[in-house]
Ligand binder design. Structure first.
Ligand SMILES: [Zn+2]
Length: 461
C-alpha cells in the first residue's frame, strides 16, 4: 500500500519535530513540536499549517518537550478534534508544560507590546494559556510496552527512550511496513534515567542526531559540578543554573544531593525558582518506577534523592523577586534552560554584571538563544531590549545532557539486526546531522538520508 512521510520539522534543525505519515487514505502526525530559537525558525510557527486537520486520524507524541509537543494547542485551535496519544508520564508532564507554554507566549507578547520592541504591532501570542489548557483534553495516555491499535492500519508500541520521564521510542506497524521513530534518545548507564530500549528491526527508521558530531565528556559529572560550585561559593557568589524544569532539574537535584551527602559541597541553600520544576519533581516521584531510582525512597521527603537538604521550592513572584536581591553564597536553579523566557531571565539581569557569580549551563543551547550567546562568550546580551554586561563567569557541563552522544546513538543503532530499508537522520543542526550520516556509513555501512524541511518521501521503496 502507498505510504509517505513528510518532514514538517526537526529537519536540518533540532526543533519543530513533526512528521506527517500517510498510509492508504489515512494521515497521522508523529510529534507536534514548536519551532524555537532563531527568528526565522519561529516564524514557521505562524505560517499556515501544511496539516489538513480534517483528514488527520491521530497524533502520536514521543515525549513532553515543547519542541515535540508545543504546536498542539495551535493544531487543536485550528480544528483538530482527534486523539493525541502519549505515554502516561508524558500526559502528566504536558499538563504542566503546555499551559506554561501558553503563559509564556502571552507573557512575551504583552511584554513586547508594553516595551514596543516587537516588529509586529500588536504582538500576539501564538496561543494562550486557556487554549493550551483546552488542548489537554485531547490527550489519551498509553502504557509503555503495550500495543495500541490506533486504527485498522496502524499499531503503535512505545518503548522507554531514557531521555526524560515518559519519553518513548515509537514502533509503528502498518500492514506491510514497520517504522521506528527514535524520538530523543537518552544515555546509557545513568543514575536517574534508564537506558534507551533496544529495537531490533525496522523498515523505515528516523533517528535523532542532536549530538551526532559530539562525544560527551567522560570526566565524572560530580567532579565537574563540585568544582564549579566550589569556586563560585568560595567567592561568595551565586551559582545560577538555567535548567529545563523537566528532567534536568531533577538530575541536578540528584547530583547536588549526592555531593552534599559526600560532603563535597556544603549544605547551603538551593532554590528551585520554578513552580513547574517543583511540580515536575513531584511527577518524577510519582512515576519513579520508570526511573533507575529506588521507588520507596522517592516517596520520602527526607530521604528522597531528588531533593537536597536545604532545597526551597519558590513559588510566588514575591519569593522570586526576593531572590534577585538575596546575597550569596547560594545556588539558584531556574527555567527556561536556554534562557529564552521564564524567571531565569530576571535572574540573569541581576547576576550577570557581578564577577563573583557563575552562570552554569547544563544542557544543549540552540542557535539564536541567549543561552547560546552566553556560552559562546558574548560580552553583553540583550534582556527585555536593554544591554546587560556579562561579567559573571560562564561555565558549562556537557555530560549532563539528556541526549546520547554519537557513541551512544551508534550503540542504539547497532541493536538493529540489519540495516533498515530507509534511514533518515533528523533532529540535528546541519553539521551534527552530516557528521552522524558519515559515521553511520563508516561504522554500520548504512546509507542514511538527511531530509530537508517539507520534503516528502515515499516509503517502502
Ligand atoms: Zn527532548
Amino acid at each position: 500500500m502507498n505510504s509517505s512521510l513528510q518532514f514538517l520539522g526537526a529537519a536540518g534543525t533540532v526543533t519543530g519535530s513533526k512528521y506527517l505519515l500517510k498510509h492508504a487514505d489515512k494521515t497521522y502526525l508523529i510529534d507536534c513540536g514548536l519551532f524555537q530559537g532563531l527568528h526565522k525558525l519561529k516564524e514557521r510557527n505562524w505560517e499556515p499549517s501544511p496539516i489538513d486537520v480534517n483528514g488527520l486520524e491521530a497524533v502520536i507524541l514521543t515525549h513532553a518537550h515543547i519542541d515535540h509537543t508545543g504546536y498542539l494547542p495551535r493544531l487543536v485551535q485550528g480544528g483538530y478534534h482527534g486523539p493525541v496519544y502519549a505515554s502516561e508520564a508524558t500526559c502528566a508532564l504536558l499538563e504542566l508544560l503546555l499551559p506554561d507554554s501558553g503563559y509564556l507566549q502571552e507573557e512575551q507578547a504583552s511584554y513586547a507590546n508594553k516595551k514596543g520592541y516587537s516588529r509586529h504591532k500588536p504582538a500576539l501570542p501564538l496561543y494562550t494559556y486557556q487554549q493550551a489548557l483546552r488542548s489537554l483534553q485531547s490527550l489519551r495516555p498509553v502504557k509503555l510496552d503495550e500495543s495500541l491499535a490506533v486504527d485498522e492500519h496502524l499499531t503503535v508500541t512505545m518503548r522507554a527512550a531514557g531521555h526524560i520521564l515518559g519519553s518513548a521510542i515509537l514502533e509503528c506497524e502498518l500492514e506491510d511496513l514497520k517504522l521506528v521513530f527514535s524520538g530523543d534518545l537518552g544515555r546509557y548507564d545513568q543514575e536517574v534515567m534508564c537506558s534507551p530500549t533496544a529495537v531490533h528491526q525496522a523498515d523505515v527508521l528516523l533517528v535523532e542526531s542532536t549530538y551526532g558530531n559530539r562525544a560527551h565528556s567522560r570526566e565524572p559529572l560530580e567532579a565537574q559540578l563540585a568544582q564549579v560550585a566550589g569556586d563560585t561559593l568560595e567567592r561568595g557568589g551565586v551559582l545560577l543554573i538555567p535548567s529545563f524544569a523537566v528532567g534536568r532539574t531533577q538530575q541536578l537535584l540528584y547530583l547536588l544531593r549526592k555531593l552534599q551527602d559526600q560532603k563535597r559541597i556544603p549544605d547551603l541553600p538551593i532554590y528551585v525558582d520554578s513552580p513547574m520544576a517543583s511540580d515536575a519533581t513531584a511527577i518524577y516521584c510519582r512515576f519513579g518506577a520508570e526511573l533507575n531510582l529506588k521507588v520507596d525512597l522517592l516517596m520520602d521527603e527526607e530521604a528522597c534523592p531528588l531533593r537536597c537538604r536545604e532545597t526551597h521550592f519558590t513559588r510566588t513572584v514575591q519569593q522570586s523577586k526576593w531572590l534577585n536581591e538575596a546575597p550569596g553564597p547560594m545556588i539558584i536553579i531556574s527555567a527556561s534552560g536556554m534562557c529564552t523566557g521564564g524567571r531565569i531571565v530576571h535572574h540573569l539581569k541581576h547576576r550577570l554584571p557581578d564577577p563573583k557569580n557563575t552562570v552554569l549551563f547544563v544542557g544543549y543551547q540552540a542557535q539564536g538563544t541567549r543561552g547560546r550567546l552566553l556560552s559562546e562568550g558574548a560580552q553583553q546580551i540583550k534582556i527585555h531590549g536593554m544591554p546587560v554586561p556579562v561579567r559573571a563567569k560562564i561555565a558549562s557541563i556537557a555530560g549532563l545532557s539528556a541526549h546520547g552522544d554519537y557513541h551512544e546513538l551508534l550503540r542504539w543503532l547497532s541493536g538493529f539486526e540489519r540495516a533498515p530499508r530507509q534511514s533518515f537522520i533528523i533532529h540535528g543542526e546541519p553539521q551534527a546531522a552530516e557528521a552522524f550520516q558519515e559515521r553511520i556509513h563508516e561504522q554500520l555501512g548504512w546509507k542514511a538520508h538527511r531530509p530537508s524541511y517539507l520534503e516528502t518521501v515515499t516509503l517502502g521503496e
